[in-house]
Design a protein around this ligand. Structure first.
Ligand SMILES: Cc1ncc(COP(=O)(O)O)c(C=O)c1O
Length: 497
């Protein structure tokens, strides 16, 4: 891992580096006769005191902020195999298209006729998403995956109400992402958890037994959070539909199947997609991201308002506002439009074949890494995985007192971001790994080597792992305190709590 050459300097704030009179740039003195600020600005607009800015050279300033930025980890520093949270590279061309002034300078209050290009992009992106998911229509309002879930469930609720009963329960497998049960509660439903079987999959008989006319639907994540493809989806869809329920596809991880199969063809009624996981937009972390929702035709009337339209006669795009059955808005204006531009750029630059390849590559990369690690580490479930896989460190804990957290922290010392740990909850000492399709074989090999070195260290010198990380800006944090007492700004050493 790269070390800062002058760590002591980093303890200083930019003000500590200030030397009176030092400047980042100098400009020639005003030519005689030209007006100064004192001459052109009214007295009330002039400062009485200097603004107390740090006085530093340009080089000191650049080094200071560059060093600070290196205290953080990002996908541009190294691999980030964070299972389920998927950190993957965001191509720079996305930033360029999103920054085009025709997009970035648009004001959301501008009338539709002044924003035809942006509307055309949203309209076309919807067509692409509808084609990719096999659904009828989509909305881009939700700000991230969990916001997409809430939108999808509110749409389901509105549909059931239109049929005379909202019903009261939603089924969720025990391997689901934590946002699923939270969303169900927020949408006013009760959660009924259904256990996954020894294969790590949802069993059709469990669904049949749990389904009733009180159940609004089932939220299924596919591939599930164990990285496995659900095997009885068509039967599950029939069981849910036969009782009047709806089938929700948590498509956060669509990068495992995109361009190959479509939720709509499998019998799903609603799907949300995490743009940051599938279409390489920056990670939302609850927003500002994008978690579009696509629905089948019977749910279309309930989608958030407005949705984009195209008038063949005039050749103009417009916003369709008058939608009496809509659940209303779930976001100000039209969602985080910049994310839609980025995802659109990605889709256009990949094309249909490229999309297919990305899924194959995501699955291949995960299986390559899995096959290099299994044998030394135990996998939670045997066999091939989809875009991610789960290891269990229970053998290391039993035999050497080394936990999943110790392995994850030691990975920081080896120059990699740790994987997700202790999730999914159904796996003891879980290490959940997603390399993503954007990493090369060389990087995957380096990551596998690091994991294997750590396994050897666990046997020879477990304390090395207990103390890790030792080469990062801060050592092992008290995890519970770190989330409760976030330190989000610099403080002088003596007052830092
Ligand atoms: C399977 C699954 N569903 C839902 C979500 C929630 O997405 P977000 O974090 O964008 O709200 C995630 C997040 O990683 C996920 O992995």
């Amino acid at each position: 891992m790269s070390q800062n050459p002058s760590p002591a300097l980093e303890e200083l704030s930019i003000y500590d580096l200030s030397i009176p009179g030092r400047r980042a740039s100098t400009t020639p003195a005003l030519e005689a006769g030209l007006p100064s600020a004192d001459d052109v600005l009214p007295a009330w607009a002039l400062r009485e005191e200097s603004p107390h800015l740090p006085e530093v050279s340009e080089l000191d300033m650049v080094r200071h902020y560059t060093n600070l930025s290196r205290k953080n980890w990002s996908i541009e520093v190294g691999a980030y195999p964070l299972g389920s949270c998927t950190m993957k590279y965001n191509p720079k061309i996305h930033e360029q298209t999103a920054a085009l002034t025709g997009f970035s300078r648009l004001h959301p209050w501008q009338p539709a006729e002044h924003a035809q290009g942006a509307l055309a992009l949203i309209y076309e992106m919807e067509q692409l998403l509808v084609e990719i998911t096999g659904m009828a229509r989509a909305t881009f309002q939700p700000a991230a995956g969990a916001a997409g879930e809430l939108t999808g469930l509110l749409v389901m609720r509105a549909y059931h109400e239109s049929q005379g009963s909202p019903r009261d329960t939603v089924l969720i497998p025990d391997s689901a992402h934590g946002t699923n049960p939270a969303t169900v509660r927020l949408a006013g439903y009760k959660v009924e958890q259904i256990p996954t079987d020894s294969r790590g999959l949802v069993d059709i008989d469990t669904v049949r037994n749990a389904m009733s006319e009180n159940v609004a639907g089932l939220m299924l994540t596919n591939p599930n959070t164990l990285g496995l493809f659900e095997q009885e989806i068509e039967e599950i869809a029939k069981a849910v539909h036969s009782k009047g329920g709806l089938l929700y596809y948590d498509g956060a991880n669509l990068n495992a199947i995109v361009g190959i199969i479509r939720p709509g063809d499998m019998g799903f009624d609603v799907v949300h997609i995490n743009m940051h996981k599938t279409f390489t937009t920056p990670h939302g972390g609850g927003g500002p991201g994008s978690g579009p929702v696509a629905v089948s035709s019977r749910l279309e009337p309930f989608l958030p308002t407005p949705i984009p339209g195209f008038d063949q006669a005039t050749g103009k795009y417009f916003w369709e506002e008058d939608r009496p059955y809509s659940i209303g808005r779930v976001h100000g204006f039209y969602g985080n439009f910049g994310m839609v531009v980025r995802a659109y750029t990605y889709l256009i630059s990949l094309g249909a074949d490229g999309l297919h390849n990305l899924s194959e590559r995501a699955v291949l990369n995960a299986n390559y890494l899995r096959s290099r690690l299994e044998g030394t580490y135990q996998t939670a479930h045997p066999g091939l995985c989809m875009h991610e896989f789960v290891l269990t460190a229970k053998k290391f804990r039993r035999e050497y007192g080394v936990r999943a957290m110790d392995i994850a922290k030691r990975l920081i010392d080896k120059g990699f971001h740790p994987p997700t740990v202790y999730f999914p909850l159904v796996v003891e000492e879980a290490l959940m790994i997603e390399p993503t399709e954007t990493e090369s074989k060389q990087t995957l090999d380096a990551l596998a080597d690091a994991f294997l070195e750590i396994a050897a260290e666990a046997v020879d010198n477990p304390d090395l792992l207990h103390d890790a990380p030792v080469r990062s800006p801060v050592g092992r944090l008290d995890e519970a305190r770190a989330v409760r007492q976030l330190q989000t700004r610099w403080r002088p050493a003596e007052t830092a709590g």
